[in-house]
Write a protein that binds this ligand. Structure first.
Ligand SMILES: [Cu+2]
Length: 208
């Protein structure tokens, strides 16, 4: 599989050398590396605040860029997190998503919001996640078009959250996902309070 995949790369490189000098290619590649790469680390939970609560419930960076076929390694920090990945339209912004989550003033004041039924749409208005209510759905857990879910509910049993890096230095879950298709992806915490009330989500953009 690896050798088959590498063949087109060889022929593309050969084609480019006819038109461009090797120096130009190296320069272009170096420039591209500043924006995209094959492997990216994303902290799922703040790496500097491991005790939980809203300050921990962030994705760092909340915008990651990747080449097609590359991987994101999620390092889970702090308690109570589960990772889910959904494709969204390329024009979807962070503001598009937060506008549909619990309003912050400066934090979400509506304690029942996270247990309500919410439909999250992308920048084109297409439905991405329908949460349903809790109970019975104690996770953000819509399987439609989802690429990954670490803590999904089976029957009436909610999947456990992932062990995260702890304040005593205990290493948290390392979870690697390979993005085989270009596009834009929404990565959300499956913990209803983290995502719906405290906006724990980020994006991965995968380029050709
Ligand atoms: Cu979380």
């Amino acid at each position: 599989m690896h050798s088959r995949r590498s063949l087109p790369v060889v022929s593309v490189t050969f084609g480019l050398t006819v038109a461009l000098s090797l120096t130009t290619i190296a320069g272009a590649a170096a420039q591209e590396d500043r924006h995209t790469s094959d492997n990216v680390i994303v902290n799922f939970g703040s790496p500097t605040n491991l005790t939980g609560g809203a300050p921990n419930q962030v994705v760092v960076p909340d915008e990651a860029q990747l080449r097609k076929g590359g991987t994101v390694t999620f390092i889970v920090n702090g308690p109570g997190h589960g990772v889910a990945i959904y494709p969204v339209s390329k024009n979807t912004t962070r503001d598009d998503i937060t506008a549909q989550l619990c309003a912050h003033n400066p934090v979400c004041g509506d304690t029942t919001f996270a247990n309500g039924d919410h439909t999250i749409v992308d920048g084109k208005g297409n439905t991405v996640i329908v949460t349903g209510t809790n109970p019975p759905l104690s996770r953000v857990d819509d399987g439609t078009d989802r690429l990954l879910a670490t803590s999904t509910q089976t029957g009436i049993v909610p999947g456990p959250f992932l062990p995260g890096t702890m304040a005593d230095g205990t290493a948290g879950t390392r979870l690697q996902f390979r993005f085989e298709k270009s596009g834009r992806y929404l990565v959300v915490c499956m913990n209803r309070g983290h995502y719906l009330a405290n906006w724990m989500f980020g994006f991965v953009t995968v380029e050709e």
